[in-house]
Design a protein around this ligand. Structure first.
Ligand code: MLT
Length: 404
């Protein structure tokens, strides 16, 4: 008889953002006259930029013509996009990445989850706490997390990120094999300086570990001393894989395009990791649509970059509105400077889900409960700057009214 992957049965409840969506839908169904402002999932709301749209239209027309029609594309992505990323995303940082180290994909979420395919089941995995739940859940699905004890997974190595350490993980005593880092951080909004990242790169090199570096929010960095890529750190090519995305950078959450960098210098036990990822992608992935890759390429044109900057500024202005509004109202807030996320301490020690429910019911504002990102997230909520500007202002006013 068929057996299922029992690791799935160990997963608690549903995926965090599905659970929130369920609660918000139930509330709306019971209260059809009440409006709910969504500041929960980090989903973009501004339309794609005119330059991106023009590139998509052109590519659609090409697909309708004999001679320019394209079937299957390269699984790793078209050369035009990989070369553009090399030249426009990395060269300006002083980072040399070769085209065959760049893999175009349909999302950083998918890549962060799928990358586990190429690593052995017995590796010890370290994750920050709180953390983007995809790292945890996908390792649980792969059997690397052990059992869920109601709060934590027995085999995961938790790196607490809290007010005491400035939301910066400390080097663990027990040595992990796989280390997930995300900076600027989702959910806390914390960012890491070069010396802070250097500590991790040196640690990974010394211990033969791989760093899986999620840089999905690098476009939101506003301070000069914050690196945009882990490859700005010496030695990172030998220990790190970097995930980047057009989702938050250019509003591609619905359009789907991202990329992962796997340097040729990354080798464990004599095995070149780039080869394994290439093998995995060729077998299980058929590439991102041509039209979408042309749209992504357009993000890097001069006009595309200007328009993209305007969209990012719009979201970061929302982040400022949330940050300053809640701070002035007496709440303790973090993030929102190099990140579109604002990490807010709940008032009077309220628990995350309780405060989430209260804000939903009394303020008509949907946030993300910090506890959904891990035990250290308890006592916090996360708000996103990705909403509509007017609604964001209203949401802040509504929250302040409830807590006053
Ligand atoms: C989030 O809200 O944490 C993210 O938007 C979810 C995602 O990118 O998958």
């Amino acid at each position: 008889m068929l057996t299922v992957n029992e690791n799935y049965l160990k997963l608690p409840g549903s995926y965090l953002f599905s659970e929130i969506a369920k609660r918000v839908s139930a509330f709306k169904a019971e209260n059809p006259d009440k409006s709910v402002i969504p500041l929960s999932i980090g989903d973009t709301t501004r339309p794609l930029s005119p330059t991106v749209i023009a590139a998509m239209h052109k590519a659609v027309d090409e697909m309708g013509q004999l001679g320019s029609y394209r079937g299957y594309g390269p699984e790793q992505g078209y050369a035009f996009l990989r070369e553009t990323i090399r030249d426009k995303a990395y060269k300006p940082l002083g980072v040399d990445i070769a085209v065959d180290e760049i893999f175009i994909s349909d999302g950083a979420k998918s890549d962060c989850g799928n990358i586990g395919d190429i690593f052995g089941k017995d590796n010890v995995v370290a994750i920050c706490d709180p953390v983007y739940p995809v790292y945890v859940d996908t390792n649980a699905m792969a059997g690397r997390a052990g059992d869920y004890d109601g709060t934590r997974w027995t085999d995961l190595l938790y790196l607490p990120c809290n007010e005491a350490n400035g939301f910066m993980p400390e080097l663990p005593v027990r040595t992990p094999d796989i280390i997930y880092l995300c900076f600027p951080n989702n959910p806390t909004g914390a960012s890491a300086t070069k010396p802070q990242l250097k500590l991790w790169v040196d640690y990974a090199l010394k211990n033969g570990a791989v760093i899986l570096f999620d840089a999905a929010y690098e476009a939101y960095i506003s301070e000069d001393n914050i690196p945009h890529s882990i490859y700005e750190i010496e030695g990172a090519r030998e220990c790190a894989i970097e995930f980047r995305s057009f989702s938050k950078t250019a509003g591609f959450t619905g359009t789907r395009c991202a990329y992962t960098v796997v340097p040729m210098d990354l080798k464990f036990g004599g095995v070149q990791i780039n080869k394994l990822w290439n093998r995995r992608q060729c077998t299980k992935f058929n590439g991102v649509p041509y039209v979408i890759q042309r749209a992504a390429e357009a993000v890097y044109t001069e006009q595309g970059m200007r328009e993209t900057r305007e969209i990012i500024d719009y979201y970061m202005n929302n982040a400022r509105v949330i940050r300053s509004g809640l701070k002035n109202a007496g709440l303790t807030v973090y993030g929102g400077i190099n990140s579109p996320y604002i990490w807010v301490k709940t008032p009077d020690g309220a628990d995350s889900w309780g405060f989430f429910d209260r804000l939903l019911k009394e303020a008509g504002v949907a946030v993300t409960p910090g506890a959904g990102f891990g035990p250290e997230g308890e006592g916090f909520i996360r708000l996103t700057g990705f909403g509509d500007a007017e609604q964001t202002k209203q949401a802040v006013e509504r929250v302040i009214k409830v807590i006053k």
